[in-house]
Design a protein. Structure first.
Lengths: 511, 362
């Protein structure tokens, strides 16, 4: 045992029910190192870090900090020992100011002394180079600012180990670069950082060492300089895998009867700019995949919802196969069956699926109104379910069991499959591979390609630019509810997209 | 260290065991209580059963008590399915009773079948409209339905008080504050010595059971209860479904009011609901909204209430003691649900860390 290892976790095992989330995992991190933890979804990254930050206790194994054995009973114990975690979904009080959030917690005296506290934070800011407006309310902040507050909060509590859980998910490429320079700065002051990620280029860009986890086990710990992205990918997935996403030939058949979907001057008025759509016009052909990129909250959700009647359209037209469906209710649009929306929410179950109901009930959700009379036609629902389960290889414990027991990948197959099975002309799919590992991502993408080859117009909303570039024919970028550009995938670059995503000439006004 | 973890599944045998032991514990502690008061717990428990089921008459009395409990639980259970916490069964019963009594008092000359039908309809409309108030306010202004339904109970109670003591007060009752009795035409006929409402109970259980499971409307209610977002996303008109369901929910409670007035009390009084609206909440919860379980739970509660009042008279046990026993049973049975859903493990922390991966969290 070397006392100078900042963190040393040995043979950590954690079991949830029948799942071994961590199986004899080892992790060694030196002081002042940026260490990446790489693995697919469900590889056990978050479990391991939750053990380190005191949220879970390991079933077996030891945790040592600076050569001293620790057993955290609560997150507070871990904070006291200098371990701070920055979550993917920020844990901040929206209605409070930055400094209130930073100081919140059981430390310090009972009486708040704002001046003294703020002075302390300012000192911390100066020493680390992290600046935020301390009197600004969290709800008025952008994502990048919120993240800075989170980091300051953790540092304020005396952390010298920072764990960042997929910190770049919500950031633009530019913001990611800022974050990385913050991390480099912290490293220079002797802090240790651990970054949980499944993005290879991030590992290459920021880390010194990387530990790869697969299915709850440690695969290897290697020095970043000594590996290539391809090698990392192999270790992460377990077999040599094609880094490219499957692609399909064929594009817009323009000689046909024109576009399958045409959106003209679509406007949704709202007091807040961030929530509205401003003069959205575009066309989509049959057999084309049009990507929609943008920082989250740029109007993607509103666009998807307005296309299928879930949001009131103030102005403009949505023409599907020559028929204007703007102003029709969601129910009427579902009944027409021309256009279907598959929206995968962040928590998967929140919208679109009902966790407590079974597979059949969930698959019927779209079409239960179809048969006449008052009764529910479960029989055809069962038939449809069987068909879907077979064709999409959905793993399930039984079609009459609550759907909440299904894994994320299978839930997403259900969500997408349910829309595909009704043979729409236009398929709007938002975040269909959100949170999926490479294997399932490939399956989902090939499903979309199948639709494309059938002549369906596909609208694909996604966050991952690599995915969009690999899959789409064209990409439309949204910024603050406006189209900041529609580019051809063949000729564009990630940098160009990043620029389109983060700014156009005018500032986005919030009021 | 005590650790609480969620159980994904609980075997049927274990469920039964946990629930049975809950009742055992409840009886055990009530037994201690009774012993402290100087009674023989075993004979008191025996008499309780005797009082609830000991003779044909007592069984009938118990059944009469079961009717409002079961129907009200079924009614509010519909709103509970949508996670609309309608705890206003009490008020909806009272307003239903009020509307039915109005028909009964002021149109006594109408032929019996027609009059009873009109009273039933009036009861349904009265209770239904009363339940619509919190539903509309919730949809329009996002008000809290729990508070509103509860407060409306008091409004209904005060309205009945006004009727009983002033507006509808019987002039010929020698100063006694009561509303005149209903005429014979306005009273429910008997069947097997019990008023005809008894037939409605199994009928309603079946209807609600099938409705929830096999109809589109029932499906919509289930989806809304699990996830309003998903319902909206599937193109359901959530507000409309909430409103119509609440009308039915309150309507069933209102019908209970009509039955109590017309079949049991022969008149309207402030005691018409007698806490049924509140007990029904517990029953619906205990039965986990399953219609058939509601029937069973209502009968058990009726036995408990009847038995409770029987031991009061036989042993001169104060009423509060009998209520205490009921409270204990509720406490343990409801509390046992926790053990069905969660697993608690006791272990030293050191043991967890050092022990090799022997299943801690199963």
């Amino acid at each position: 045992m070397e006392p100078h290892d900042h963190i040393r976790m040995e043979s950590i095992t954690k079991i949830f029910g029948s799942l071994k989330a961590n199986d004899n995992v080892n992790l060694t991190v030196k002081r002042g190192e940026v260490h990446a933890i790489l693995g697919e979804n469900g590889a056990g990254k978050s479990t391991l870090m939750n053990i380190l930050s005191g949220i879970y206790s390991a079933d077996s194994g030891t945790v040592m900090l600076n050569g001293e054995r620790k057993s955290f009973k609560s997150p507070q114990d871990a904070i006291d020992a200098g371990v701070g975690m920055i979550y993917q979904h920020f844990k901040l009080v929206e209605a409070m100011t930055a400094w209130e959030n930073i100081c919140a917690g059981p430390t310090g005296s009972r009486i708040l002394k704002p001046k003294a506290l703020k002075k302390k934070i300012t000192e911390l800011s100066t020493s680390t180079g992290l600046f935020v407006d301390l009197d600004k309310k969290i709800r008025d902040m952008g994502v990048g600012e919120k993240q800075t507050v989170e980091i300051l909060k953790v540092l304020y509590r005396g952390a010298d180990i920072l764990i960042l859980d997929e910190p770049t998910t919500v950031l633009t490429p530019q913001e990611t670069e800022t974050l990385f320079s913050i991390i480099r700065g912290l490293k220079a002051t002797g802090k240790t950082a651990i970054i949980i990620t499944h993005k290879l280029y991030e590992v290459m860009a920021i880390s010194d060492q990387v530990t790869i986890l697969r299915k709850g086990r440690t695969v290897a710990t290697v020095s970043t300089q000594e590996v290539t992205q391809k090698e990392l990918a192999e270790m992460m997935v377990g077999k040599a895998m094609n880094m490219d996403f499957p692609s399909a030939e064929g594009s817009c058949a323009e000689d046909d009867s024109g576009p399958i979907l045409e959106v003209k001057d679509l406007c949704i008025e709202d007091k807040e700019c961030m929530r509205s759509l401003d003069k959205i016009s575009f066309t989509l052909c049959g057999g084309e995949i049009l990507g929609i990129a943008g920082v989250s909250g740029s109007g993607q959700k509103q666009l998807c919802q307005s296309l299928v009647g879930l949001q009131k359209i103030d102005k403009g037209e949505v023409i599907v196969k020559g028929e204007n469906i703007a102003g029709h209710s969601a129910r009427e649009i579902i009944a027409k069956g021309l256009i279907r929306l598959n929206f995968v929410p962040e928590d998967r179950l929140g919208m679109g699926l009902v966790g407590g109901m079974d597979l059949v009930d969930n698959i019927m959700l779209r079409d239960y109104r179809k048969n006449k009379g008052m009764l529910l036609d479960r029989k055809s629902g069962i038939r449809k379910t069987r068909k879907l389960v077979e064709s999409l290889q959905i793993m399930h414990p039984g079609i009459n069991r609550p759907i909440s027991v299904l894994s994320g990948g299978n839930l997403q197959k259900v969500l997408l499959g349910r829309e595909i099975v009704s043979d729409p002309e236009v398929l709007v799919t938002a975040y269909p591979v959100r949170g999926l590992d490479l294997g399932v991502t490939h399956k989902v993408i090939s499903l979309l390609h199948e639709q494309k080859q059938k002549g369906v117009g596909v609208l694909l909303v996604a966050e991952d630019l690599d995915l969009l570039l690999a899959v789409c024919d064209r990409i439309m970028v949204l910024y603050c509810g406006r189209i900041s550009g529609i580019v051809d995938t063949a000729t564009t670059t990630k940098e160009e997209l990043g620029m389109l995503m983060s700014s156009i000439d005018g500032e986005c006004t919030d009021d | 260290m005590i650790r609480v973890s969620q159980l994904s599944t609980c075997s049927f045998r274990k469920k039964v065991l946990i629930r049975v032991s809950a009742i055992f514990f409840a009886l055990f502690f009530s037994g201690i209580l009774l012993a402290l008061m100087g009674y023989n717990p075993f004979s008191v428990f025996g008499s309780m059963l005797d009082g609830g089921l000991g003779s044909g008459y007592r069984v009938k009395e118990t059944l009469v008590r079961t009717i409002p409990l079961a129907l009200t639980s079924l009614g509010i259970g519909l709103s509970f399915r949508m996670k609309f916490w309608n705890i206003g069964g009490e008020g909806q019963i009272m307003m239903g009773a009020f509307a039915a009594t109005w028909v009964g008092l002021f149109f006594p000359e109408i032929p019996r079948p027609l009059l009873l039908l009109m009273m039933a309809l009036a009861g349904i409309v009265g209770g239904g409209l009363w339940a619509l108030i919190p539903a509309l306010l919730k949809i329009r202004f996002r008000t809290n339905e729990t508070i509103l339904t509860l407060m409306l109970n008091y409004v209904a109670l005060k309205w009945l008080t006004y009727l009983q003591y002033a507006a509808w007060r019987d002039e010929e009752a020698f100063g006694y504050p009561k509303i005149p009795n209903l005429v014979k035409n306005a009273k429910l006929p008997d069947i097997f010595g019990i008023h005809i409402g008894i037939i409605l109970v199994p009928l309603m259980v079946a209807v609600i059971f099938l409705f929830i499971k096999y109809t589109k409307k029932g499906y919509e209610i289930r989806v809304i209860g699990e996830s309003e977002q998903t319902a909206w996303y599937a193109g359901m008109n959530v507000s409309k479904i909430i409103i119509s369901t609440l009308f039915v929910s309150g309507g069933i409670c209102g019908l209970v009011g009509m039955i109590q007035v017309s079949g049991v009390n022969s008149t309207l009084s402030v005691d018409v609901s007698n806490g049924v609206g509140y007990t029904a909440i517990i029953i619906a919860w205990l039965a986990q909204l399953n219609a058939i379980a509601i029937l069973l739970a209502s009968f058990l509660f009726a036995v408990m209430v009847e038995g409770g009042s029987f031991i009061q008279t036989v042993y001169h046990i104060p009423q509060s003691a009998a209520a205490l026993m009921q409270g204990l049973i509720l406490f343990f049975v409801l509390g046992s649900e926790f053990f069905i859903r969660y697993k608690i493990s006791f272990s030293g922390l050191r043991k967890i860390i050092s022990e090799d991966h022997i299943g801690e969290g199963e």
